[in-house]
Write a protein that binds this ligand. Structure first.
Ligand SMILES: Nc1ncnc2c1ncn2[C@@H]1O[C@H](COP(=O)(O)OP(=O)(O)OP(=O)(O)O)[C@@H](O)[C@H]1O
Length: 336
């Protein structure tokens, strides 16, 4: 039986991993702005201790969804439990939130800014100052401890804000587009930090329009487009929506084994001795195929099975328009 931190929501939770508590459980979330639907019936289940990505283009409804989960705004319909509580603001002290709009008081010193953010989540200021100094040093910003925010680069200020999000040691960390505005080196550092948090048992949910971050980091994702979630589940499960591609080289061009290849197999002859075949891996998997090839003496020269990436899965699930929108967001960010 799946165990939740709370009373299970009425509509059940078919995708929950058995025996794993849920840090977030939301069902049927709807939000309209001025009559226009921004989020249209979103279901999300985030297991405790996991890294969960909300992947979709700008305007898809990522921020609105996160804000509803956190209780910053109320949904027009649907319900959500955050750390088992149907009133998310009641567990605010156990949550760290990095909003999409970055900003710190520019006259504050870096360590004070971190302590201030911790104090907003119930951490005593003295403890926050101590932790702030330590965290800055640990993250290679020891030289910036006493610097005012206005003296820092944009990337450094963003790191300070991220540390302020974590200073009270939240059980759940919610990051809205955390990679935006960071250079490649700092993006790598952030990926490592997110992994470390999860290793320590912290649940991390982040939104992104960059497939690579979701693919590298997440155990589970929700794909969101036009306010709807056409897929929520494991990254591998999403990739398996597309058949793996088989590329086969054989010495022989005919034989009983040909019946094991799908009818739409592409066939090419490299030279009289080498036949090339490419096709979708049959649903029965590689073993029966290999057996036929071996028993039929096809003369296997090489065989590779390439699994689909999350990009192809995204196109399959969300459609080409959404995939193009993701790409455009990434290009726009690079140009900025
Ligand atoms: N406060 C608001 N008032 C009116 N419309 C809003 C408001 N907040 C969001 N929207 C609209 O809701 C839709 C979803 O926006 P949302 O910010 O959730 O998307 P997003 O996926 O986070 O994209 P982005 O990364 O660009 O913020 C958009 O059409 C947006 O214009």
């Amino acid at each position: 039986m799946s165990e939740t931190l709370s009373e299970p929501l009425e509509r059940g939770n078919p995708r929950a991993v058995p025996d794993r508590r849920l840090a977030i459980e939301a069902r049927g979330l709807v939000k309209r702005f001025d009559g226009a639907v921004a989020v249209d019936g979103v279901d999300i289940s985030v297991p405790e201790g996991s890294i969960f990505g909300i992947l979709g283009p700008n305007g898809a409804g990522k921020t609105t969804t996160l804000r509803m989960l956190l209780g910053i705004i109320d949904p027009d319909a649907g319900e959500r439990h955050l750390l088992g509580n149907p009133k998310p603001y009641e567990v605010a002290r156990a949550v760290g939130y990095l909003p999409e709009e970055r900003g710190l008081y520019s006259s504050m010193k870096a360590y004070e800014a971190i302590a201030f953010m911790g104090a907003l989540r119930g951490l005593p200021l003295g403890e926050g100052r101590k932790r702030g100094r330590l965290m800055l040093e640990e993250h290679g910003l020891g030289h910036a401890v006493e610097k005012q925010i206005r003296q820092l680069s944009k990337g450094m200020a963003q790191t300070v804000q991220l540390l302020g999000t974590l200073v009270h040691r939240p059980r759940l960390v919610v990051l809205d587009e955390p990679f935006s505005g960071l250079d490649a080196i700092n993006q790598g550092k952030l990926e490592r930090l997110i992994r470390r948090l999860a290793d320590e048992g912290t649940t991390v949910i982040f939104s992104t329009h960059v497939i690579a971050h979701a693919e590298r980091l997440c155990e589970q994702i929700a794909i969101i487009a036009g306010g709807k979630v056409p897929f929520a589940g494991g990254v591998d499960e999403a990739r398996d929506r597309i058949p793996a591609q088989v590329r086969l080289e054989t010495r022989r061009g005919d034989g009983s084994w040909r019946a094991a290849l799908p009818p739409d197999t592409e066939h090419d002859v490299k030279n009289a001795e080498t036949h090339l075949w490419s096709f979708d891996l049959p649903e029965t998997g590689p073993e029966p195929l290999l057996r036929e090839l071996i028993e039929g003496q096809a003369g296997i020269l090489s065989l590779s099975i390439e699994r689909a990436g999350l990009h192809d899965a995204f196109v399959e699930i969300a459609g080409e328009a959404a995939a193009r929108a993701l790409e455009a967001d990434t290009q726009a960010e690079l140009a900025a």
